[in-house]
Design a protein around this ligand. Structure first.
Ligand code: PLP
Length: 458
């Protein structure tokens, strides 16, 4: 029997033993973890200290069916009892992986027709980079190695995904590097969106392809809607323009749908909003609603068929590629999404969320540029939006606001960028109801009033 540990004991052990991912180590070493989650139910999670919170960002935009979904737990349990793990190496397979590949290619747009499984988003993007370079190699284009990504894109933290990430702190961390990855200057910040057209973005990527030479460029990667870069929707025509550019220049287009995929934006995949078929889609997170680490790359028939003809060992793959338990959870997750009409529900809830955010924006002067597609939303905090005036850095506007929400039992995510923009992200579980959205909006309202008062008196 494991010894029961008190809340304080757990905090102390965590503080002493764990280096947390994407956290401030010194803060953790000094103060211990900010929450120790102990229970989840629907859109809510409970901290071991007893507090219950609305999970306004589905943890890391992944717990799409919400917490405590027992059907997913049962699917994992049953699969584990039957056959918990088997590898896909050396040509082996398992039924859940086979069924999942069939299901995912059925969902995917256009002629996306083959799947390579991974254990998460970063691995998926590294896989997409390697497979696109390999694809060109097979076509006799040995020099096509460069991957072009966008400023403010987030693609993960493995060495190549890190370099593709266009957020400086991640891109530069530890000085690790993949020399064949470059960042376009184009950036989809909401501030620019109004003034810049899709052709500006196209020009920025075109400029890089021309600078490097199309013979050296393997692929362009982008998120259809940027997530961790501050929730930015593309201008109309943008994805189509990139698609056309890639076709014209003989470059593959990779859509990173790690956040967007499986209903988050009100479509199975976000590229469907703009009728674009990329050459590869990387996915993870929502495929299992976070109940099991799983990801993958879906590829168009021409890529899959070229690779399928390779007659030596494909020197790439993860121990957990095609994990039967993960795939069984994903299959159940997709079954529930279909059965419950979740994707249509998201479109309906988008309207509620947009309406609520709009009302708040009218009421609170510091809130601006609210945006939402499906249940992926964000807004900026500015000192004076009309005068285009940002908050001073020491105000820590987004951090202060997110803290105020937390004090009101709502978990949100903040982004404060080096250019001084303060952004707040909202991405609740896709099962959220109209009433719960109103509850979330009411908390935002109250927190905005509180911080505004504080900032005015400062
Ligand atoms: N791509 C996008 C768009 C993401 O948002 C993330 C994670 O947030 C990743 C890739 C990396 O995924 P993971 O953390 O599973 O490696």
């Amino acid at each position: 029997m494991t010894k029961k540990l008190s809340y304080q004991q757990l905090k102390d052990i965590d503080r002493e033993k764990i280096i947390h991912p994407q956290s401030v180590p010194k803060q953790n070493a000094d103060e211990g973890p900010s929450m120790i989650y102990s229970k989840g139910d629907g859109i809510r999670v409970t901290d071991m200290d007893g507090g219950t919170y609305i999970d306004g960002v589905s943890m890391l935009w992944n717990v799409n069916l919400g917490h405590g979904q027992s059907e997913l737990a049962t699917a994992a349990y049953e699969q584990m009892n039957e056959f918990a793990y088997g590898s896909q190496f050396y040509g082996n397979s398992n039924e859940p992986a086979i069924r999942l590949a069939d299901k995912i290619t059925e969902y995917a747009p256009g002629d996306l027709d083959g799947v390579f499984f991974t254990s998460g988003g970063s691995e998926s993007n590294d896989t997409a980079f390697k497979l696109s370079r390999f694809y060109w190699q097979l076509q006799g284009f040995e020099s096509k190695k460069i991957i072009i990504s966008l400023k403010r894109g987030y693609h993960g933290v493995t060495v190549s995904a890190q370099r593709a990430t266009g957020i400086e702190a991640f891109r530069e961390f530890s000085g690790s590097g993949d020399p064949h990855i470059i960042n376009a200057k184009a950036h989809l910040t909401a501030a620019e969106q109004g003034d810049r057209t899709s052709s500006d973005f196209e020009k920025s990527i075109r400029g890089l392809i021309e600078q490097e030479g199309a013979d050296n460029v393997a692929a362009v990667i982008l998120e259809p809607v940027q997530g961790a870069g501050g929730v930015h929707l593309p201008p109309d025509g943008y994805l189509q323009a990139v698609r056309n550019l890639c076709d014209e220049q003989n470059v593959l287009m990779i859509a990173d749908e790690v956040i967007c995929g499986f209903g988050r934006t009100g479509k199975n995949f976000a590229v469907e909003h703009w009728n674009v078929t990329p050459d590869m889609i990387s996915f993870a997170k929502g495929v299992t609603s976070g109940y099991f680490p799983l990801g993958g790359v879906i590829m168009r028939a021409k890529v899959k068929e070229a690779i399928a003809q390779y007659d030596q060992m494909l020197a790439h793959g993860f121990t957990y590629s095609g994990h039967p338990t993960g795939c069984a959870v994903a299959l159940k997750n997709l079954e529930i999404i279909e059965r419950e009409g979740i994707v249509d529900h998201v479109t309906e809830m988008e309207k509620e969320l947009q309406k609520g955010l709009h009302t708040l924006q009218e009421k609170h002067k510091c809130m601006t540029k609210s945006r939402a597609i499906g249940l992926l939303a964000g807004f900026d905090l500015m000192k004076d939006p009309e005068a285009d005036q940002l908050f001073e850095n020491d105000v820590k506007a987004a951090e202060t606001f997110v803290k105020a929400c937390r004090e009101r039992n709502l978990i949100l995510r903040k982004f404060d960028f080096e250019d001084g923009m303060n952004t707040v992200a909202i991405a609740p579980p896709l099962i959220i109801t109209k009433k719960e959205i109103q509850e979330l909006i009411d908390i935002l309202d109250d927190a905005l009033t509180a911080v505004h008062k504080k900032w005015e008196n400062a």
